[in-house]
Ligand binder design. Structure first.
Ligand SMILES: Nc1ncnc2c1ncn2[C@@H]1O[C@H](COP(=O)(O)OP(=O)(O)OP(=O)(O)O)[C@@H](O)[C@H]1O
Length: 266
């Protein structure tokens, strides 16, 4: 039970929703097994870009995963959402995790084996027979991650997966995700609002301009050893750069709307 990450190649990509061009001229090459975070002002189009890689949003331009054009959703790409409502409330954790393999016709013995493995990987073996309602927010997100990993995708797309969690649970799950990513070798694209979260997790951090027609503003290679220490001067310098880059975008938009006079931090 192992995965290999796939590369993602995005070239000259624009995305239009309801006739509005949300993101424009995106060029981004992600290596197999890389962990990339997307940061940017609220509403700039981070989720739209992630959804396009997932195949939920039609692409104008090119998105290739492992060299193959993305034309719709596929089992090679798993998506973890912020909301724990993504779990089926009428199924136990184990049944939720086995759902994907069951759809793919995997035998019950193999399904159970896969579920055991991925529930253990996310630290949820003890809660396998519980229903989602009986779980804490952090446990539900673990279950969602197991439900995605059980399909052994080469790319995991995560849309603010820890955004609704309290700070302590979030920190625990960030460490866990770092471990899980290393254990699986999958490629991760992770949308967040949280600059520290991006610094703790990412190989590279992509910042986006404010929309409409948002595009890539900067790409930072983090290049710091794991586990990352927020008190490290290099981490702090990177935090300030990212904060200033995103803050400048927020300020620009507010000024354009005639709403801001001073500087605005992200
Ligand atoms: N189905 C849709 N139809 C039309 N416009 C949409 C649709 N979904 C999102 N949008 C618009 O697309 C833009 C980008 O939304 P998106 O959710 O991708 O941004 P985001 O950067 O992920 O936002 P946030 O950080 O607040 O989660 C927003 O202006 C939003 O209003």
């Amino acid at each position: 039970m192992s995965m290999t990450g796939s590369s993602i190649a995005i070239n000259q990509l624009s995305l239009t929703l309801d006739g509005n061009e949300i993101v424009s001229q995106i060029d981004l090459q992600i290596a197999a097994g890389e962990f990339v975070c997307l940061l940017g002002p609220s509403g700039c189009g981070k989720s739209t870009l992630l959804n396009a890689i997932a195949g939920f949003v039609p692409a104008n331009g090119h998105i290739r995963v492992a060299g193959k054009a993305v034309n719709g959703p596929g089992v090679d790409r798993g998506v973890v959402f912020q909301s724990s409502e993504a779990l089926f409330p009428w199924l136990t954790v184990r049944e939720n995790v086995e759902y994907g393999p069951r759809l793919r016709g995997v035998s019950s013995r193999k399904r159970a084996e896969l579920a055991d493995h991925y529930l253990s990987l996310v630290g949820l073996s003890h809660a396998a027979d519980k229903f989602p309602d009986a779980l804490s927010g952090g446990m539900r997100q673990r279950a969602q991650i197991a439900r995605v990993l059980v399909n052994e995708p080469s790319v995991v797309l995560m849309d603010e997966p820890f955004g609704a969690l309290d700070a302590q649970t979030r920190e625990v799950l960030q460490r866990e995700l770092d471990r899980i990513w290393r254990a699986t070798g999958c490629t991760i694209v992770f949308v967040t609002h949280d600059i520290w979260e991006a610094i703790l997790l990412a190989d590279r951090i992509v910042t986006m301009t404010a929309g409409p027609r948002a595009t890539i503003k900067t790409i930072e290679t983090v290049g710091l050893p794991h586990p990352r220490d927020p008190a490290d001067p290099s981490s702090l310098a990177l935090y300030r750069r990212l904060r200033d880059d995103i803050g400048a975008e927020v300020t620009r938009v507010l000024r354009a709307q005639g709403l801001a006079v001073g500087e605005v931090a992200a």
